[in-house]
Design a protein around this ligand. Structure first.
Ligand code: TYD
Ligand code: MG
Length: 470
């Protein structure tokens, strides 16, 4: 087959170059040039085919109608049979939609998609599982672990994009998994499989086919070491829904999060555990985490929100004298810059200087908390580790808290205080140290500043009235 002409387009500013360079000559961003198929010399004016950013000449005008008159049939979503996955998707897979499932190798992407396909097939939807990474025999071996229903899923071990497209055309499944998008390659492009140009072409072609045939396509994507999907901007713009599957490979916990969702909220999080027979849904994650929480020094329970669901997680800190000129700041499950800010607030507003100490902070269980409400938990865990004093309540139960730290040392209100407090109360963790504001809550020990929160936390009696503690 003749190679089609290709060009290199900057993903940042759209500059088009004939040859690849490390830096875009226009906007000066690095590594943003991506190989793409060049537009045909004299393209026909076909509306709606501009998915590659090609400039099209004006054609015959289309018919614009008021949205009120647009026919929008309510689509029946397809249930994957996995409650947590359906919830994160916003209530199941939308027919004809494109979902990107990202995660590091070995996290369980193939397992999750395999299970979802098995359930869909069992429920009467035709499925197709395209594996570009594993042979059909390997896919079968996984399916055997997942149960008999998984063996009914049609599989295709193929990495040629053209063959895959042809198979989808012929099979017309309701849902199709491409595992993974990075292994797909088109013979029309010279780039290696996994190069951004190839990934983009493959995703574009699959997106076009998905919409045309009303096939829901789940693209499995690997994430790079930095945690972003390879060819991220390209894919994230293109798909309807971006899911990220996270967790530590050594641990059994997995969280599934929507980063983008055209058909639902992005705040939902699903929690899973990897077992021998596949992934099981964890319907009450708090119970597991609180059970493990020790109440030892440097440990505190964070009443956090995972989407609309309150989840109690344990935050641990370790502080030790540093031998390095620039002490270590090691984090797991929280943002590193956030830790720096919290340490600065502690130093300035709580006279807790850690400039010569290594500080390690870990959210137990491989969970990631991406919300400002985690600030106070980090501050308390670090303070407890620094002082060598545990933070448990008088009856020996771990201390629970939440709240955002302001740069002025104030403890700021965060959303869903009521749900956080009642979740903690469910596990006997009351009172909870948290910010003032909003309604008065039973079981909350409200504090105005981080200093006050520390005082209350270390008093061993969290029922102290804030006025008395200040
Ligand atoms: P896999 O889904 O292949 O990960 P990915 O596609 O994200 O690379 O599965 C990863 C791990 O899960 C693998 O090391 C084996 C383990 N596993 C189980 O523990 N139980 C199971 O039932 C299955 C299918 C896999
Ligand atoms: Mg896999």
């Amino acid at each position: 087959m003749a190679k089609i002409r290709s060009q290199h387009v900057c993903q940042n500013c759209g500059h088009v170059a004939m040859a690849w360079t490390g830096q875009c000559p226009d906007c000066r961003e690095w590594n943003t040039l991506v190989e793409q198929a060049a537009p045909k010399p004299a393209p026909k004016a076909t509306a709606g085919k501009g998915g590659n950013g090609r400039t099209l000449p004006a054609g015959t005008p289309g018919q614009a109608v008021p949205l009120r008159e647009v026919q929008a049939a309510r689509v029946e979503r397809l249930s994957t049979g996995i409650g947590e996955l359906d919830r994160v998707l916003g209530g199941g897979i939308v027919p004809g939609s494109l979902v990107l499932l990202g995660g590091s190798p070995g996290i369980g992407k193939s397992t999750l998609t395999g299970m979802a396909m098995a359930n869909l097939q069992a429920a009467g939807s035709e499925t197709l599982y395209v594996s570009g990474e594993e042979s059909a025999a390997q896919v079968r071996m996984r399916a055997e672990r997942l149960g008999p229903a998984a063996l009914e899923v049609k599989a295709l071990a193929e990495s040629s994009l053209e063959t895959v497209l042809g198979t989808i055309e012929a099979e017309r499944p309701a849902v199709c998994v491409i595992d993974s998008i990075q292994t797909m390659h088109s013979s029309e492009l010279s780039g290696a499989p996994g190069s951004v140009g190839q990934v983009r072409e493959a995703a574009n072609a699959l997106a076009e086919l998905a919409k045309r045939l009303d096939v829901a396509v789940i693209l499995v994507g690997h994430v790079t070491k930095e945690g972003s999907l390879a060819g991220p901007r390209v894919l994230e713009h293109l798909v309807d829904c971006v899911l990220r599957f996270e967790g530590e490979r050594e641990r059994t916990w997995r969280t599934l999060r929507a980063i983008k969702n055209r058909f639902g909220a992005t705040s939902e999080v699903g929690v899973f555990e990897m077992r021998s027979g596949g992934l099981t849904e964890v319907l009450d994650p708090s119970a597991r985490f609180v059970e493990e929480a020790t109440g030892a020094q440097g440990s505190v329970v964070l009443a956090s929100m995972e989407g609309t669901r309150p989840v109690l997680v344990e935050v641990q800190a370790l502080v030790s004298p540093s031998e390095l000129e620039i002490p270590r700041r090691v984090v797991n499950g929280i943002d590193r810059n956030r830790l720096s800010m919290i340490l600065a607030v502690l130093a300035r507003h709580a006279r807790l200087g850690l400039g010569t100490a290594d500080v390690f902070v870990n959210v137990v269980g491989g969970v990631r908390v991406d919300e400002p409400g985690a600030d106070l938990a980090v501050a308390l865990a670090v303070a407890s580790a620094q002082r060598g004093e545990p933070l448990s309540s008088p009856d020996g139960r771990p201390l629970a808290c939440f709240g955002e730290l302001g740069l002025t040392g104030d403890l700021r209100y965060v959303a869903h205080a009521d749900r956080r407090v009642s979740e903690a109360a469910k596990f006997g963790l009351a009172p909870v140290i948290g910010p003032r504001g909003g309604e008065r809550l039973e079981g909350l020990a409200p504090c105005a500043t981080v200093r006050q929160a520390l005082k209350v936390a270390f008093s061993g009696n969290q029922t102290v009235k804030p006025a008395a503690a200040a």
